[in-house]
Write a protein that binds this ligand. Structure first.
Ligand SMILES: Cc1ncc(COP(=O)(O)O)c(C=O)c1O
Length: 367
């Protein structure tokens, strides 16, 4: 809201969180989608190639903002330094949604924060992995930002309560103080060591793969995305929970995401690795599940009406099967990871159906 206005183009990654879409709906800005690379073996979005941002800026000289989500939920890290240099060349501000990288500023063993790489505004969801209370997060405006902090403040006032929660603000400052303190730093170092330990153990388990740094992208060591041959992620999640009492961060059709958190002990990871060793020994054939249901939205939205206009249009609720060819009037995005399956103004196609198994009806723009 602070950074765009009605009709302004925003170059934005396809796998942005639904909250970014809300911003577009409120401001009336128009998205220009940039699809990151696809990591097909894992059915997830990968890094955002800087060349794609440059191409989008060249093709849209009137774009007013570039929005990048980094890292992805699964920990894939894009080259923000290059993207930031490109944005500066075209004189367009860069916002980085670093919600899942909120620990990066506190350790030199984690990827560098976009704040140090030239981004103008950076989002940090400290409540995710930094220890602050739910609903609290930080929005950083960098020192040499092209964005005026007063404009951000004014927009915040439009959305925020006039009675802010001092408890939430206090919890943000407390978790920042802890993370910067000696004991916090020790905790963070221990977490990174534990993550490396887990990754090493997983390397030795046959039939199990973990997502690692690859050509074009690096990964955050604390986010461990794994898969086991023949098992869907959802089934692996259930086995871990029911047979071993282990709750993972999330599961997709392909794998499960394990977060190495500040509060975890080495013994937690030893127990998890032992459990995965046992599970991976089974001869799994969980193919049926994979064919019928998809979790990570991997489609490029075909926007046929502005997000804002579709959201405010007259609507009707119809059966999912009758919705093909109609225009969505709602955001459908399962959390996590909060990436949209459908958004207002998007043409509904048959390709959406495998992602919508849990929906019988959809809200569409009235004809
Ligand atoms: C990439 C990303 N950005 C923003 C958010 C929104 O954060 P919050 O839940 O604090 O509103 C999320 C939440 O999951 C997210 O994954």
């Amino acid at each position: 809201m602070a950074l765009t206005k009605k009709g302004q183009k925003v170059i934005i990654n396809r796998n942005c969180h639904r909250s970014a879409l809300t911003g577009l709906m409120i401001s009336g800005a128009d998205p220009i989608w940039v699809c990151p690379s696809r990591i097909d073996d894992w059915s997830i979005w990968g890094n955002i190639e800087p060349e794609k941002i440059e191409k989008a800026l060249k093709e849209n000289p009137d774009a007013g903002l570039v929005w990048i989500t980094n890292p992805t939920y699964e920990g894939v890290v894009s080259d923000i330094k290059s993207i930031s240099a490109i944005c500066k060349k075209y004189n367009v501000p860069l916002v980085v949604d670093e919600a899942h990288g909120c620990l990066w500023n506190f350790s030199s063993h984690l990827p560098q924060s976009a704040l140090k790489l030239g981004a103008d505004v950076v989002v940090h969801s400290l409540h995710k992995t930094g220890g602050s209370m739910s609903q609290s997060s930080m929005l950083h405006v960098s020192k040499n930002s092209m964005i005026n902090p007063d404009t951000v403040e004014k927009a915040l006032k439009l959305l925020h309560t006039t009675s802010p929660s001092l408890m939430l603000l206090g919890s943000l400052d407390a978790s920042r103080a802890v993370l910067q303190s000696k004991s916090g730093q020790t905790m963070l170092e221990r977490t990174i060591k534990n993550a490396k330990y887990l990754r090493k153990r997983l390397d030795n388990i046959p039939n199990l793969q973990q997502l690692k740094n690859d050509f074009g992208y690096s990964t955050d060591v604390t986010k461990v995305f794994i898969k086991i041959d023949g098992l869907s992620g959802k089934r692996l999640e259930s086995i871990l929970e029911i047979d071993f009492g282990i709750e993972v961060e999330s599961a997709s059709d392909i794998g499960v995401l394990i977060l190495c958190n500040l509060g975890n002990k080495r013994s937690d990871f030893a127990y998890l690795a032992d459990a995965l060793e046992k599970i991976a020994q089974g001869n799994h054939k969980d193919i049926y599940y994979l064919e019928n249901r998809k979790h990570m939205p991997m489609l490029e939205p075909q926007i046929v009406m502005s997000l804002r206009d579709a959201y405010y249009a007259e609507k009707e609720i119809i059966k999912k099967e009758d919705a093909i060819g109609r225009i969505s009037a709602e955001v459908i995005a399962e959390c996590p990871p909060g990436i949209s399956i459908l958004l207002p103004g998007e043409l509904i196609t048959e390709e959406h159906l495998p992602y919508l198994n849990d929906y019988e009806t959809l809200e569409v723009v009235k004809k």
